[in-house]
Design a protein around this ligand. Sequence first.
Ligand code: PLP
Length: 439
Amino acid sequence: MRKEDKIRQEIFAKIADLYTLRKQTEEAFIPGVSPVPYAGRVYDEKEMISLVDASLDFWLTTGRYAAQFEKDLAAYIGTKFCLLTNSGSSANLLAVSALTSPKLGEKRLRAGDEVLTTACGFPTTLNPILQNNLVPVFVDVEKETWNIQADLIEDALSEKTKAIIVPHTLGNPADLNTITRIVRKYHLWFIEDNCDALGSTYRKKHTGAFGHISTCSFYPAHHITMGEGGAVLTSDPLLRKIIASYRDWGRDCWCEPGCDNSCKKRFDWKLGELPRGYDHKYIYSHIGYNLKVTDMQAAVGTEQLKKLPEFIQRRKENFNILFQGLKKYEDCLVLPRPTPHSDPSWFGFPILIRDDARFTRNEIVHYLEDHKVATRMLFGGNLTKQPAYADMISRSAGPLVNTDLVMNNLFWIGVYPGLKPEMCAYIVAAFDTFFSHYP
Ligand SMILES: Cc1ncc(COP(=O)(O)O)c(C=O)c1O
């Protein structure tokens, strides 16, 4: 063994010792005393070793781990390409920005074009539409799945509508049959915000493989984490090239960090009004960003990805415990239902309080929080009512009745793999005591 490898192995053994020590001193779960988080990182010594391995390389920027992760995630989802980026929000920004590229000719999105979406969800699904001077058109969501109401989409289209971007809400796939049919019929672009649905399937195919582009988030609350991180997936080589350009400063060159002359004509290009032979490394074909990820982040992700199938299974099991425990309260609560033909990799467990319930959302949320059960709103509720969007230019395709319901009456609780069965049982017990106060 090389001396350097031997030293690395010694360091890794120490890391494993540290992890074991932490595990041994972990506090046991005490119902009503220990917190029951809605999400969190689940990892072991392998992620810690991988992270240190990458840091010992001291490559720092995107490198071997990122390349490996991109290959593995694309293979898992079933797309040809995957590009890592530093967050799910950056992934959405890249996805929408890519569609404005002049390289797409007549198909490019231009300022003022419309993009269909929902107002029910996370702001950075919507923001890239506005950041690219496009006009969001809001379609209401359906009850129980809280996904875009697909049968309203066709009527919501106008001459100016060129694209659809929608999330798969809390892991439950949108009606991909209807959406992809409309996308084909009207020659629209389709972006799947798959940030909350990694591992979900629709008709046995992974979400994230239906859109022209799809996105992932690896923030700690998500199915797998890198701390901060995201990915953009596509099977279209031109889109891949454009996304990489926007991500990497807008450059025309596609050399990996540390490489030169991949195109074999680095000093032989004639582009724009630049002199022939201007160094391709410094030729820019887009007004881009730098949204790359570091190899330390990717190193954590490669180990997390190996755990994904087990994580998904545990999310499903936790979802089922909650569903079985809470279905007796369906006269007061609207519980989630999987979209037909789908098998969701649940991100969370949404609960809507019916209007005629004997209590309000705030009462039950406060009760749960007081009893250590973490709750979350469905992100921005109705984003059109958030202060940030007061001056936005947009259109709503009809009243956003269910989106308002989400804003007023819905919250969600966790199903993440860090929740042990006894924690899920405690959540159900907390509901039981709450309901005993409101017989
Ligand atoms: C649907 C959706 N899209 C995008 C994002 C943004 O991801 P990130 O936090 O990695 O920027 C989130 C964040 O939770 C999300 O839920």
